[in-house]
Design a protein around this ligand. Structure first.
Ligand code: PLP
Length: 427
């Protein structure tokens, strides 16, 4: 019985870190380091071994991380092991220890890992289901009044935008949509446009940290500083940022930050993230109410508690965080950007390619949005698949495709993309 309990404990709770680095031949010391001195965005052996950690079939190439991330094997194994235990040994659950389901417990150990990732306090971090839910918690939770203005951009995802449109209809608040350039040329340009759109009635600024339809990195800190100076609540939609570029919520200085683990963090679908700064949390009502609905000692717990959820998916998310930390956030980000820069450099050589992502390398990382002359996004997506089994994602009639590079991709795969584009434009 004790052995069974120990097994369950380790199956359910934060399993020992995946012994990945040992298998990759990277020393523990090196693993502790961060920064660009580390090996090595272009080290083929190292990244080939990282690639081996994924189950992604080798005869096709996944480039659509902006929609959903590809789980490494350790993540899938963790989910399956937990589901299996749920199916076979549910009778062992005696309600004396932690719950076997998600949605009720505080999951402080997992929230602490997420908090570490973004430099927050654990009580400022909530685990939700997705970005849409997190943004809805913020928008529905604020006491908005008729005439209060909410500033968003014209390039928000519906999951980041719609809860504000709902608030507009419900409370008589006013959504002001600012038009951002695409491609953006500089962070100063973006900041200027946002700052000039602020009025005395602006109550909230809610825009993306990384724009989903271009990959542009928005000057979050500058915007938050300006907003704070003027007493405006800021929330960033970091759906495309977490696990992709550095996110330090304390450094940014925003009131709230919404994101997910199921894109760039490579967790299973259904794992969302919400940060609310300690002093901002009292201003946000709970939307979903269970026992902790009024717990202001741990607001992250309050926003996390949402009734029965899947602990199996949460276990997978926990494993994804371990995986991310083992490789090292800085190294992951560096590799993603190295591949993204290579793609943009290759595409830029072709005059028939229009790139919607910023040309300044400092403004983008792993997301590249581009079109090819004479072809809509659907057609381009189809050509990539038919000619090379490559899977970027169509963004429709005029926007071409969005191609995301991640640590499971290789320079050769990026070069194959460019070769296909060149083939298409020389036909
Ligand atoms: C910027 C942005 N916000 C929100 C979302 C919606 O995310 P979720 O489906 O996790 O709610 C996405 C999804 O692609 C996104 O790119």
């Amino acid at each position: 019985m004790t052995a069974r309990r120990d097994f369950l404990k380790s199956a359910f709770r934060s399993a020992a870190a995946v012994p990945l680095l040992t298998s990759l031949g990277v020393s523990a010391d090196a693993a502790q380091q961060t920064g660009s001195s580390l090996p090595h965005a272009d080290n083929p052996d190292y990244w080939a071994r990282v690639r081996d950690q994924f189950l992604l079939a080798r005869d096709k190439v996944f480039f659509n991380n902006g929609t959903i991330g590809a789980m490494p094997k350790v993540v899938l194994d963790r989910v399956v092991a937990h589901l299996h235990t749920m199916a076979t040994d549910l009778a062992d659950w005696d309600y004396k220890g932690p719950n076997w389901i998600g949605g009720y417990d505080s999951f402080t150990d997992i929230r602490a890992k997420a908090a570490r990732l973004v430099n927050a306090d654990v009580k400022e971090v909530a685990l939700t289901e997705n970005v849409t839910e997190s943004m809805s918690f913020v928008a529905n939770g604020l006491d908005l009044k008729p005439g209060d203005e909410i500033l968003i951009s014209d390039q928000e995802h519906p999951g980041g935008r719609s809860s504000w449109l709902l608030a507009e209809k419900r409370h008589g608040a006013v959504v002001r949509m600012v038009k951002l350039p695409r491609p953006a040329h500089s962070q100063a340009e973006i900041f200027d446009i946002v700052a000039k759109s602020i009025t005395p009635r602006t109550r909230v600024i809610a825009i993306s940290h990384v724009i989903t339809v271009s990959g542009a990195i928005v000057p979050a800190k500058q915007i938050a500083d300006e907003a704070q100076r003027r007493g405006i609540f800021t929330v960033f939609d970091g759906a495309q940022a977490l696990g992709h570029i550095p996110v330090d919520v304390r450094e940014i200085g925003c009131d709230a930050y919404v994101s997910c683990f199921h894109k760039w963090l490579l967790a299973p679908a259904g794992n969302g993230f919400l940060y609310v700064r300690r002093d901002a949390a009292p201003h946000i009502w709970s939307t979903l109410a269970s026992t902790n609905w009024d717990n202001h000692e741990d607001d992250g717990y309050r926003f996390s508690q949402r009734g029965t959820g899947s602990l199996s998916l949460l276990m997978g998310m926990d494993a994804a965080l371990d995986f991310h930390f083992e490789i090292g956030p800085a190294r992951v980000q560096e590799r993603i950007k190295f591949l993204g820069d290579r793609l943009r450099d290759g595409l830029r050589e072709n005059a028939k390619v229009k790139i919607f992502s910023p040309s300044d390398p400092a403004l983008c990382a792993g997301i590249t949005v581009y079109s090819v002359e004479g072809m809509n996004g659907g057609k381009l997506q189809e050509e990539f698949w038919n000619r090379g089994r490559l899977r970027p994602r169509s963004l429709g009639e005029v926007n071409g495709v969005r191609q995301c590079t991640h640590i499971f991709n290789s320079p050769e795969e990026v070069d194959r993309t460019v070769a296909i584009v060149n083939e298409l434009t020389s036909a």
